[in-house]
Ligand binder design. Structure first.
Ligand code: FES
Ligand SMILES: [Fe+2]
Length: 346
């Protein structure tokens, strides 16, 4: 098991940012998977991503300016467009010959889908074999999002994300609190799914009034997927809610947690600020606990994963190992998860 650092997986699409975080003509600079990335939204709305380092003298391009088409470096004014190619070197005198088309910052495959900006991180020159994953039900941008940096590796962020038994101890706000003294026995059915596993789709108890606005026969399914996605869908006969949590490694030891929510209930609009606030409080509780955990991990203790509460954490490590192995051995990815029932008290 990992200490404070996690191995970073290549050959996958990562959630880079919610689309609404980037307005036309603006740039967003981030470190993602240890790499300096500059995401740009063109005046026409399209997005592209460059390596955020000028090939002339290495200064980050984010200190320059963006005119909606090209980024101009702040040092000597070289310009770079979508694809990373150099389009102008202001210092070139008339008649001076230089093939500037050979100069490139390096770029990343970058697409926006369902209002989410994805970036593909592969090995040098690798291109994605398909588009980023699609989320169910909605063809629109998320109705709300919250993102927060976590001072922990993607592995520990993932463990927290798929940990069914910390809620009673960590999420102790009055509006969520479960009494740790009255934990209930749970039994959940899991099955392998694309690049991960799912808590198999099941109907929620009809007596739970929280689900009434979605109509009759409300079903829910939670899926976990590489490189760090938790996708929860709750769908009734009339309405649906989809909640996606993405964990994106910033470095080997820091992670961004991005929470995205879609809903089809128009009357929820006025409650958006309240929902965002509650989501922020909830995620901050997870952030605060891994911050404390970090103090312990600095001393490199031996760690434990117990059945069945931590079985999904074990699956996460197995999925990662298989991902690395199938790329190394150049073979098909074989999902290591088998259908099973897990039991715990929460
Ligand atoms: S360092 Fe960027 S143009 Fe010179
Ligand atoms: Fe949590």
């Amino acid at each position: 098991m990992q200490g404070t650092k996690a191995d970073l997986m290549r050959g996958l699409w990562y959630v880079a940012a919610p689309g609404t975080a980037l307005k036309p003509g603006k740039m967003l600079a981030k470190t993602l998977l240890n790499e300096p990335v500059l995401i740009c939204r063109k005046s026409d709305g399209g997005v592209f991503a460059l390596r955020d380092a000028c090939p002339h003298r290495g200064i980050p391009l984010r200190y320059g300016s963006f005119d909606g088409t090209t980024v101009q470096c702040c040092y000597h004014g070289w310009r770079f467009g979508e694809g990373g190619g150099c389009t102008e070197i202001p210092s070139l005198a008339p008649g001076q010959r230089m093939d500037i088309s050979k100069i490139n910052t390096g770029d990343y495959p970058c697409v926006e889908r369902q209002g989410v900006i994805w970036i593909f991180f592969g090995e040098r020159g690798e291109t994605p074999s398909g588009p980023p994953p699609a989320f169910p039900h909605f063809d629109k941008a998320p109705d709300a999002f919250v993102s927060m940096p976590f001072d922990c590796s993607a592995d520990h962020a993932a463990f927290g994300l798929m940990d069914p038994t910390h809620a009673a101890f960590v999420h102790t706000s009055w509006w969520f609190k479960k009494d740790a003294a009255t934990l209930k026995a749970k039994e959940k059915h899991f099955a392998p799914s694309e690049l991960g596993w799912s808590m198999v789709r099941h109907q929620v108890p009809g007596r739970n009034i929280a689900y009434r606005p979605l109509g009759r026969k409300v079903e829910t399914q939670i899926s976990y997927m590489l490189p760090g996605l938790r996708i929860e869908e709750i769908a009734g006969e009339t309405h649906q809610v989809v909640s996606v949590t993405a964990i994106t490694p910033l470095t080997e030891s820091t992670t961004e947690v991005i929470q995205l929510i879609w809903w089809s209930l128009p009357w929820m609009r006025p409650f958006k600020p309240l929902l965002r606030h509650l989501a922020r409080v909830f995620i901050d509780q997870d952030r605060a606990v891994v911050q404390k955990q970090k103090e312990g991990l600095e001393h490199n203790p031996r760690l434990m994963l117990i059945p069945d509460a931590d079985t999904q954490a074990k699956w996460w490590m197995r999925m990662k190992d298989e991902w690395v192995a199938h790329r190394r051995d150049d073979r098909e990815f074989r999902n290591p998860i088998r259908e099973t029932v897990l039991r715990w008290r929460s």
